[in-house]
Design a protein around this ligand. Sequence first.
Ligand SMILES: C[S@@+](CC[C@H](N)C(=O)[O-])C[C@H]1O[C@@H](n2cnc3c(N)ncnc32)[C@H](O)[C@@H]1O
Length: 389
Amino acid sequence: MTRPLSLGQEIEISIDRLAYHSGHGVGRYQGMVVFVPFTAPGDHILARVVELHSSYAVADLLKIEVESPARRTAPCSVAGTCGGCKWQHVTYQEQVKQKQEQLVSALHRLNKSHSLPILPMIPAPAEFHYRNRIQIHRHGEKLGFYASGSHRLVEINECLLAEQEINSALETVRTRHLKPHAPDKERVEIARLQNGELDIRPASQQDGGDGRFAQVNEAQNSVLISVLVKAIKAIPFASAVDLYCGSGNLTFPLAEKLPSTPLLGVEASPYLVDLAKRRQGSQSLFQNIEWAAQTCATFLRSWKRPPGPLLVVLDPPRPGCDRETRQAIGKLRPQQIIYISCNPTTLARDLEPWLNSDAYEVEFIQGLDMFPQTAHLEAIASLQLKNSL
Ligand SMILES: C[S@@+](CC[C@H](N)C(=O)[O-])C[C@H]1O[C@@H](n2cnc3c(N)ncnc32)[C@H](O)[C@@H]1O
């Protein structure tokens, strides 16, 4: 079959939606999918084909013929060049709408067979200045981010995603070149710590350690935690497991909600488990938590589940659960499973066998926007064992 496009060809197309993950605008030319970075749904554009694949093409925006109502002037002068924000040229309302459509689309097949209650996306409390830490490059006295896929420094005076307090520390970072033996180039992390102090150090010396927030968007992380805690059923759980628990971001709120339930946090990184233990020790609260510094699959292979109702919370990284973990969770038949996901595609894949076994029903699936101006998307799904009450 001949392709309708050739490299370098100029085409006029309409943009229908924004793609998950890449964030590019998506349109079609004679049936072929074309991705065009930095476009908005509703734009009619002139673009030039720069990549040609068997089932899709990528094109560069040349001219906006008809501007979408969802388009706005990006508030930041380096949006589109600094390698960070992908969606500043799209109104925030439209960003949230697109994320909802991406979630629904990723769950489409599962939704057809199980008619899922997908709730409306929760927008972030603030679309700008939400990050409590950033990493920035210093070249001599110049500060900036690297342009996408390169080591070319795009200079900045502030970052619209960073908290204002972090921006106010940029000058301090700039003056590091005056220090004796200062390297000519370095990557520096600026972080607001939980005690309110600012921590500035070379990113190579940053160890994700004590005092940092587990999540960069603290305000939306609190919303996520409140959705999680509210979702827990009033079942007398005999045990609860927080899989992929990191340094306990979700484990501690779970322990507070279920003070008399033995709770296990499972995390592959011994370093993060150690941080969690230190936090537990320093607060002398949460004595109902124990930790396992193991992969979830290894842990579940030998875990002796206490008799009685079980709650499983899991928050895996983008690739989702591995097959062994997914199957082990299904075999345990927890009364409730709460799945927090940063990738709707693997969320759909992982939920499928539990739902197809006909043992579980979905109480809700709720998207949350944790990272405005970017194509990242978080979701939380609550499943209950049928006839478990
Ligand atoms: C999305 S993070 C979630 C962390 C935590 N729940 C939070 O809210 O901050 C995923 C975590 O899973 C851990 N991880 C990755 N693969 C793992 C595995 N196979 N078993 C256990 N933990 C794993 C990572 O180290 C990371 O801390």
